[in-house]
Design a protein around this ligand. Structure first.
Ligand SMILES: Cc1ncc(COP(=O)(O)O)c(C=O)c1O
Length: 435
């Protein structure tokens, strides 16, 4: 049968007469409920804009949770993906491909990795962290012949490293962990940003310390440069690995390739994903220097899809566009404008973050209602906490687009306060009825 005889089955065509509520009814009877009810059914995107099934336009200030580095449907990335898929799409890791090798070299260059450094490709952030977890397990020998094995892995309170079992063991949130215990053992969580607590926790049984330079899921909480340096010093002294999870903060999100650059330290490993493929799933573990890079040996880890030609071509295209189109400078300029503007808005109590990873707190528990009010006003934002909003827009966001959100924000806050008050009144009436 010739391929030209194939036509799209009705189920896969993107253009449809169905409304958002038609789709959501079908969603709830066909998709597992782990994500709750999706906020909207999105059908199309261009740059920092997306449109829903009912034709409404939104400025996407979340970027698929810090993923769509170049926005939606970037013409260059799209054409590179299409032509790579039309040339060679998948080969397995029994084979390699030019794009895989070129991307590994590129990642070693942008992370300023020293000689002997290496890359392992995965398909997501959690998978990159699984690989890092196994790397940490291989750093098992203590300093002396008779010393205890290294079994301890240190992570921080508030940490989010993913949802698969190893990454989940590193993740701090009890609600995510408890239903799945027992998790892989040996992980301890220590207070966030407390250098003394870190020094006290690291000893000769420590295999690794995992840190996010800015905790994204916890509400955009940055670690200080001093903390990162102290972590480097203490892990080096104890022979433990310092592993930086830059899944959310890396690839230009903060206006630098890595958020940890300012600390001037060389970690033992960095994990990357999210923005790396410009929307195409790809993750990576970069190991720094020869000793760390040879901890995982042939057969000790693997993946079918990881590092396939399409994913690595997508990432190469994304990195090339970021580099050649002045995107990092844009991130710094628009991020600074956004943060300065946010500080002037009534009801905003604190603004955090770097580049285009921005968190801000409001003075009441209205953040979830702000997400709803923002959607009504045509903006996609996110609330990682009851008083916290996170923005992680495409890195190509313009000043004008950032300002359109700043202009709308007072109205969004007002609408959210009204929505919250109305739902509290409804809840107290229901409680009275039940008495
Ligand atoms: C810092 C960090 N690590 C790991 C992950 C997990 O990545 P993924 O959802 O691609 O598995 C995330 C996702 O939010 C993250 O923010």
């Amino acid at each position: 049968m010739s391929h030209t005889e194939l036509s799209h089955p009705a189920e896969t065509t993107l253009v449809s007469q169905s409304t958002g509520s038609d789709w959501l009814a079908r969603y709830s009877s066909s998709l597992m409920g782990v994500f709750g009810t999706p906020q909207r059914v999105l059908v199309r995107g261009a740059g920092a804009l997306v449109w829903d099934a009912d034709g409404k336009e939104y400025l996407d200030l979340l970027g698929g949770i810090a993923v769509n580095a170049l926005g939606h449907a970037h013409p260059f990335v799209t054409s590179v993906i299409a032509s790579q898929l039309a040339t060679l799409g998948h080969v397995s890791n029994f084979f390699t491909s030019p794009t895989q090798i070129a991307l590994a070299e590129k990642l070693l260059a942008i992370t300023k990795a020293p000689a002997g450094s290496k890359v392992f490709f995965a398909n997501s952030g959690t998978e990159a962290n699984e690989a890092a977890f196994k790397l940490a397990r291989r750093n098992s020998e203590g300093p002396g012949a008779k010393s205890a094995k290294r079994t301890k892995i240190i992570a921080l309170e508030g940490a989010f490293h993913g949802r698969t079992m190893g990454a989940l063991a590193l993740t701090a949130k009890e609600a995510y962990r408890a239903p799945f215990e027992p998790l892989p053992g040996g992980v301890v969580h220590i207070p966030f940003g407390d250098i003394e607590a870190l020094r006290a926790a690291i000893d000769e049984t420590t295999a690794a310390v995992f840190l996010e330079p800015i905790q994204g899921e916890a509400g955009v909480r940055p670690l200080s440069v001093e903390y990162l340096r102290a972590a480097r010093e203490a892990t080096t002294a104890a022979g433990a690995l310092l592993i930086l999870d830059e899944v959310q903060t890396g690839i230009g999100r903060t206006g630098k390739w890595l958020a940890s650059e300012d600390a001037g330290i060389v970690p033992d490993a960095v994990t990357l994903a999210k923005g790396l493929g410009g929307g195409f799933p790809v993750g990576a573990l970069v190991t720094f220097g020869e000793p760390t890079s040879s901890l995982l040996t042939a057969g000790q880890h693997g993946t079918t899809f990881g590092g396939n030609p399409v994913a690595t071509a997508a990432a190469l295209a994304t990195l090339h566009a970021i580099e050649s189109q002045g995107v990092l400078a844009n991130v710094l300029a628009v991020g600074a404008r956004l943060r300065a503007g946010l500080s002037d808005v009534g009801g905003v109590t604190e603004v955090r973050g770097e580049g285009l990873l921005v968190g801000f707190d409001v003075d009441a528990d209205i953040a979830p209602a702000m997400v709803t009010a923002a959607l009504d006003a045509g903006f996609i934002i996110n609330s990682p906490g009851p008083r916290t909003i996170r923005l992680a827009p495409p890195l190509i966001l313009t000043i004008e687009q950032a300002e359109s959100f700043l202009d709308a924000l007072p109205g969004i806050i007002k609408a959210a306060a009204a929505l919250t008050a109305a739902s509290q009144t409804a809840a107290s009436l229901t409680a009275k009825d039940a008495q």
